[in-house]
Design a protein around this ligand. Structure first.
Ligand code: IPE
Ligand code: IPE
Ligand code: MG
Length: 230
């Protein structure tokens, strides 16, 4: 509940899509769109926590995004490095805990070390969690959780799998927002999203501002979550 009595989702996840189209519409290259999109991240992170969201999960780079042209992938990796270099100062001030979800083994040593530094330095921050999905795939996450269970000789159940997902301590998203107009999950939080409310907007990620975020929250407040019951 916020001060106006509306429901605030505790965990919000965002598929930050539409950077490429934002750039193309302006006659710029796709990398320019990613630079613009990266400027929007802090604005939405601050606003979400200000509204009372406890956990925000951002889809930054999918396991399939490696298939893009090398130049674009390089620019995305460079932007992530810039982000995590600057992140820790703000995180400590604002009490934000960072966790990167996805397979970090394919990232450069430099990026992985930055992420691990930030995760370690922010691990005692409580109440506000920022999860960033990088080289993340929902199918890959489920398969690796099941493989760990098999390796350890444990029973595979709905809850044992759930406990081995990257997001385990942070719970499932109440609301998944996708910007950029596509109506699909693109391999994002497939297991955790079983009962998430989905919100799709045509607004491209670089244009998705505080007011657009508030629209999503407002619509969430009107949804009736039944979880299969009546
Ligand atoms: C989302 O924007 C960012 C990433 C996938 C990394 P896109 O780059 O997918 O933008 P569109 O969908 O081509 O407009
Ligand atoms: C999903 O967007 C991945 C991220 C936003 C990081 P994509 O642009 O990669 O998804 P598709 O290809 O349209 O499904
Ligand atoms: Mg896209």
């Amino acid at each position: 509940m916020d001060i106006n009595g509306s429901k605030i989702p505790s965990h919000v996840a965002i598929i930050m899509d539409g950077n490429g189209r934002w750039a193309t519409a302006r006659g710029k290259n796709r990398s320019a769109g990613h630079r613009e999109g990266s400027k929007n991240v802090d604005r939405i992170v601050s606003h979400a926590f200000f509204k009372g969201v406890k956990t925000l999960t951002l889809y930054a780079f999918s396991a399939e995004n490696w298939e893009r042209p090398k130049e674009e992938v390089d620019e995305l990796m460079r932007l992530l490095k810039v982000y995590f270099t600057k992140f820790i100062g703000k995180a400590l001030k604002n009490n934000v805990r960072l966790k990167v979800i996805g397979d970090k083994s394919r990232l450069s040593d430099e990026l992985r070390e930055l992420i691990e530094r930030d995760e370690k330095k922010s691990e005692n921050n409580e109440g506000r969690n920022l999860l960033v999905a990088i080289n993340y795939g929902g199918r890959q996450e489920i398969v690796s959780a099941v493989n760990v269970l098999i390796r350890d000789g444990k029973e595979v159940t709905v809850s044992s799998v759930s406990e081995r997902l990257y997001t385990a301590p942070f719970g499932e998203p109440d609301l998944i927002i996708r910007t950029g107009g596509e109506k699909r999950l693109s391999n994002f939080l497939l297991y955790q999203g079983a009962y998430s409310e989905l919100y799709f907007t045509d607004v491209l990620w670089p244009d998705f501002d505080e007011a657009e975020f508030d629209k999503a929250i407002e619509e969430f407040g009107q949804r009736n979550r039944r979880y299969g019951k009546v």
